[in-house]
Design a protein around this ligand. Structure first.
Ligand code: SF4
Ligand code: SF4
Length: 147
């Protein structure tokens, strides 16, 4: 075994989140209750996005995610950004307003997962993937993307 998964032979097992879960209150209230961060302190400087290692693959940059939340725009819950976020804390370390955006991303994932919506379909994994992907990677994926 080479230790490297042949990505040509793998399929995408992520689901597109199309049904936005119904919320009890506004999005910004729900996110702030979960992450306990003062999202309204954001002044849209973009420092979080400038340091994010995955920003080029994201459909919304981290500062846009904050902007969507403040404006109660539920489309942020369809964004692949919240699943791509690796919780590396670079944005949280660099934010001049001391907003922990890593926790904000986690709050958005929790809003979806707590409605019993999984982002990853584990039943679609191939035998090859089950053989070659490290178990630790599976555990991390399941903890993050499955409710
Ligand atoms: S770094 Fe902080 S203040 Fe700047 S855009 Fe990101 S969340 Fe807002
Ligand atoms: S915690 Fe997420 S959003 Fe923040 S820099 Fe890391 S990957 Fe990007």
């Amino acid at each position: 075994m080479s230790g490297k998964v042949d990505t040509e032979d793998t399929e995408c097992h992520t689901k597109e989140i199309t049904d936005i879960p119904k919320l009890d209150g506004s999005l910004v209230e729900e996110v702030m209750a979960l992450c306990e961060e003062n999202i309204f302190g954001c002044y849209q400087c973009g420092t979080c996005s400038a340091g994010c290692p995955f920003v080029l693959d994201m459909d919304l940059t981290p500062d846009e995610v904050i902007h969507y939340i403040i404006n109660d725009n539920l489309d942020v819950l369809k964004s692949k950004t919240i699943w791509l976020c690796s919780s590396c804390f670079v944005c949280a370390e660099r934010c001049p307003r001391d907003i922990n955006i890593t926790k904000v991303m986690e709050a958005l994932r929790q809003i979806i997962l707590r409605k019993n919506i999984d982002e990853t379909d584990i039943s679609c994994l191939s035998d090859k993937e089950l053989r070659e992907i490290p178990q630790m990677a599976f555990v991390s994926l399941f903890r993050k993307n499955i409710g």
